[in-house]
Write a protein that binds this ligand. Structure first.
Ligand code: PLP
Length: 422
């Protein structure tokens, strides 16, 4: 059974809002999705019923401890980590990645002349921390290039860069600009064969597809719950022995064991509770609409299976919406889509679609759409490297339309109508 849009949309209070009679159309999802009711309820419950610091002997403090561990357990299952002690909470992916890079510098894992591979397709949060790590250690950063015609990574270039000096490969699972899904398992296998560590930025992928960190074989992976129908919380996963052996900047009473040592100060407890709610929403989608996908995941059961099925059900619908938008945009004179447009390759992209117009700059297009209460991002979206590589920085970057499973075909048509009349 495919997802039932009115029921799905009822789980998102923000989708019911209008301004001056114009319903809000959220195509800004790659910058942050709207929040599921389950998340709001968990946050509200936490703040009213359990609000306290952790580690105490009284009811609310103990409840806070329980919620943190429950969420860790749920996240372990969500990405199929080996242990919940591999899950670190933080402010956001960027902060966690800088923390990790800083810890790696302190650990002496890299020395002068070692090499780090980044890619031209990545968000800067998966580039700048590694540039800093290189600065701190004397290592060298090399960039794997892209095929500009479809914004896919050039694996031949990546392979050429790999050598015995490569200590770290930092790669994105999906691009926040072009929507390209990288062959991360293949890249990880190549990096591992060269003896390198692998860090995966899964921020743009985690809401569009299932992640199995054990099958992937990477060492670290990070994502953010505010891009997955949840609150502003970042999540870092790392293999336990690696995380545990890294030095962390923290206060002495925090101890020196993973994952706690990476969590400085009091965490965003209500956000962690809300994270559990967002995951409950995904599991609900799986139970309700994802049963027909269960055969794809023979090695998962109960809640883990529900997560996988939920994401699979969303993905099936997202492919319909990608097809509709790609065809509609390509039919408009003057539009260039920067990314995969071949409809037989939709499995190689998420529905994030970025384009430029031959005559009208991205800010003007986004502003015109905003005047109709249709929200899209314009500019470089911190996908600094790829926007430079495509020579689009000076002309204002791109317009990014980022639907998710709660967007409708009618919303796409409203956007297409406006863009076609520009
Ligand atoms: C691919 C990608 N990586 C990293 C980030 C940074 O995430 P955060 O805001 O959690 O630091 C973003 C944010 O847009 C992103 O799209």
């Amino acid at each position: 059974m495919s997802i039932h849009l009115p029921t799905i949309r009822n789980h998102f209070p923000a989708l019911q809002l209008s301004d001056a009679g114009k319903p809000r159309v959220y195509f800004d999802n790659p910058g942050g999705t709207q929040v599921a009711q389950e998340c709001l309820e968990r946050m509200n419950h936490y703040l009213v019923q359990c609000n306290a610091n952790k580690g105490g002997v009284f009811r609310t403090a103990m409840q806070s401890d329980v919620i943190l561990e429950e969420t860790r357990q749920a996240l372990q299952e969500f990405i199929n980590a080996k242990s919940k002690h591999e899950i670190v909470f933080g402010a956001n992916m960027t902060t966690l990645t800088f923390q990790l890079a800083h810890a790696m510098a302190g650990a002496g894992w890299l020395k002068a002349g070692d090499e780090i591979i980044c890619t031209r397709l990545d968000h800067d949060a998966n580039v700048s921390p590694w540039l800093r790590l290189a600065q701190d250690t004397g290592a060298i950063v090399r960039f794997a290039d892209i095929n500009p015609e479809d914004c896919t990574l050039r694996l031949d270039d990546f392979e050429q860069l790999l050598n015995e000096k490569t200590r770290l490969v930092a790669v994105g699972y999906a691009s926040n600009a072009s929507g390209t899904v990288n062959p991360v398992a293949q890249i990880t296998a190549m990096a591992k064969a060269a003896g390198a560590l692998v860090f995966v930025d899964a921020v743009q992928y985690a809401l569009h597809g299932s992640i199995d960190v054990q099958a992937l074989g990477a060492d670290f992976l990070a994502f953010s719950m505010y891009k997955i129908f949840g609150p502003h919380i970042g999540v870092l996963w790392g293999k336990f022995d690696l995380l545990d052996s890294l030095p962390a900047y923290n206060v002495r009473p925090a101890g020196n064991r993973a994952p706690g040592k990476f969590m400085t100060g009091t965490q965003n407890h209500e956000g962690i509770a809300g994270t559990l709610g967002a995951l409950e929403y995904i599991a609900w989608v799986g139970k309700e609409y994802g049963v027909s996908h269960a055969a794809q995941f023979p090695h998962f059961a109960s809640r883990q299976l529900h997560y996988q099925c939920g994401l699979a059900a969303m993905k099936a619908y997202e492919e319909d919406i990608s097809r509709h938008l790609l065809c509609g945009l390509q039919a408009i004179e003057g539009i260039t889509i920067h990314g995969i447009t071949d409809l037989s390759r939709l499995h190689q992209r998420v529905p994030t679609i970025s384009f430029t117009h031959a005559r009208i700059n991205p800010t003007d297009i986004a502003t015109r759409l905003a005047s109709e209460n249709i929200y899209v991002w314009n500019g470089h979206f911190y996908a600094w490297e790829v926007v430079h590589r495509l020579n689009l920085m000076e002309s204002g970057g791109m317009v990014r339309v980022g639907p998710v499973h709660y967007n409708t075909i009618e919303e796409c048509d409203r956007l297409l109508d406006i863009v076609s009349c520009l």
